[in-house]
Design a protein around this ligand. Structure first.
Ligand code: 5GP
Length: 121
């Protein structure tokens, strides 16, 4: 499967569709999920064209990998849900069909601001 340049997050990255931006740097863009499942529901996506976490793990550079993890940490701090600024959160990446991934551009969901609950249903 090849990367679909017309997926919704690719359009957000190109500025063709608006988002409620939380943070941006050379490696990541973060914005609020359009359909929040918890009090805080943020998305963190790499700027590179990666379909999912497996694709990213195989192809991304070391700098991109560090950039994504640092980005998640920075966003959690900024939203007041990190271990040092809040009470913690859940980071979750759905991968492909059985993972329930809908948008084929790697993204981490950050859920917080309240107890997140059961890990899987
Ligand atoms: P997935 O199921 O692929 O892990 O999650 C995709 C997420 O993207 C869903 O939580 C959905 O609400 C969110 N989403 C889909 N379209 C948009 C959009 O246009 N803008 C934003 N901010 N989030 C979106």
């Amino acid at each position: 499967m090849s990367y679909d340049n017309n997926n919704i997050f690719a359009k957000i990255l190109r500025g063709e569709i608006p988002c409620k931006k939380i943070y941006e740097d050379d490696y990541v863009l973060s914005f609020h999920d359009i359909n929040p499942q918890k009090k805080i529901h943020a998305l963190v996506i790499p700027k590179g064209k990666y379909i999912d976490l497996d694709d990213f793990s195989e192809k991304a550079s070391a700098d991109e990998m560090v950039g994504l993890l640092k980005g998640i940490n920075f966003v959690a701090k900024k939203l007041g849900i990190s271990v040092d600024t809040g009470k913690g959160y859940r980071a979750l990446a759905n991968i492909s069909e059985h993972g329930g991934q809908e948008v084929p551009h790697l993204h981490f969901h950050l859920f917080g601001g309240e107890r997140v609950g059961k890990m899987v249903e």
